[in-house]
Design a protein around this ligand. Structure first.
Ligand SMILES: *Cc1c(COP(=O)(O)O)cnc(C)c1O
Length: 301
């Protein structure tokens, strides 16, 4: 059912060639890094669980993936949000609509989320930022190790943009463990939510040993998550034009802008991880198109 290991393809942008791990192709519904993060809950037995509870934004990729997980496992799914915009309520689309179609019950509540510790309830932190995420990300790391060995790549650089940093952290940690002498795999990332200091704190919460942490790269300019930047839209269009691949509009544009601003990374063979999330483009793309209707095709890029 799942396409695992996820394929690795060769692509190029601005004449720079890189490898692309297509985590977006794992499955039409359960894919990307959320599939890895929630894999533990798909594969193990939870005989008492009847309901999944989580919280976050009304358009999040994690929310949608949890609705798929709940559907597959036959669990109810309750999701807490501060607020659902009227526009979204009246015109459901993207992750929100897909999650509702999967049976999600959305609850608007400002402030503390009621934590139900009863046996039947499985509580998932926002964005899947929890230890169990390590289970699926370890499998991702193993796929990369096997591939790196097959390809005979001695030193590999990996790049992926971070939100909570959970994926990047567990990936680097697992790629450091059990590698043969002389083989190096370095994980680079950037902070899309908050700044590099926030991301470093997130890493420290999950792992005290800083030698296990990914390397954080950044741009000089401050970046606000979810804001519509012209540079983000342009790089997204350019990626689509030059690679033929549709990337996500929330994380990948900043990821690519940051990576391309640090060309030294490409001195070694470089693997970019496509972490899925393309369904979320249904809400982001119309907003970009409306704001920057003057930008189209290659002439402007
Ligand atoms: C959730 C998500 C991320 C961020 O993952 P973290 O593990 O929270 O750092 C990046 N890209 C996409 C497409 C995502 O859905």
């Amino acid at each position: 059912m799942f396409q695992l290991p996820s394929p690795i393809e060769i692509r190029s942008i601005n004449d720079i060639t890189f490898y692309l791990k297509r985590e977006d192709l794992i499955d039409s519904e359960f894919s990307g890094n959320k599939a890895r993060k929630f894999y533990y809950f798909l594969q193990n037995d939870f005989p008492h669980i009847q309901k999944l509870v989580s919280y976050g934004s009304a358009q999040s990729n994690a929310m949608y993936s949890l609705s798929v997980l709940a559907k597959i496992r036959g669990w109810k799914f309750e999701y807490f949000v501060d607020h659902v915009a009227d526009y979204l309520k009246n015109n459901p689309h993207g992750n929100y609509k897909a999650a509702l179609d999967n049976g999600m019950k959305i609850i608007e509540k400002v402030g503390l989320i009621p934590r139900d510790y009863s046996e039947e309830v499985l509580f998932i932190e926002e964005g899947g930022r929890q230890i169990e995420a390590g289970y699926g990300i370890k499998l991702l790391a193993q796929e990369i190790k096997n591939w790196q060995k097959e390809q005979g790549i001695v030193e590999l650089n990996i790049f992926l943009p971070s939100g909570t940093g959970t994926t990047a952290l567990f990936l680097q940690k697992n790629l450091l463990k059990g590698q043969p002498q002389g083989i190096a795999t370095t994980v680079y990332t950037c902070a899309c939510v908050g700044d590099s200091i926030y991301l470093k704190k997130q890493f420290l919460d999950l792992e005290k040993d800083e030698t296990m942490h990914p390397t954080i790269l950044s741009l000089d300019k401050k970046h606000h998550f979810g804001k519509l930047y012209k540079e983000n839209y342009k790089i997204w269009l350019k990626l689509q034009e030059q690679t033929g691949v549709i990337f996500d509009l929330l994380y990948d544009p900043l990821g690519w802008r940051t990576l391309l601003a640090h060309p030294k990374v490409f001195d070694k063979p470089t693997l970019y991880i496509h972490q899925g999330g393309v369904l979320g483009n249904e809400s982001m793309l119309p907003r970009y198109e409306r704001k920057y209707e003057d930008i189209e095709g290659s002439g402007d890029l």
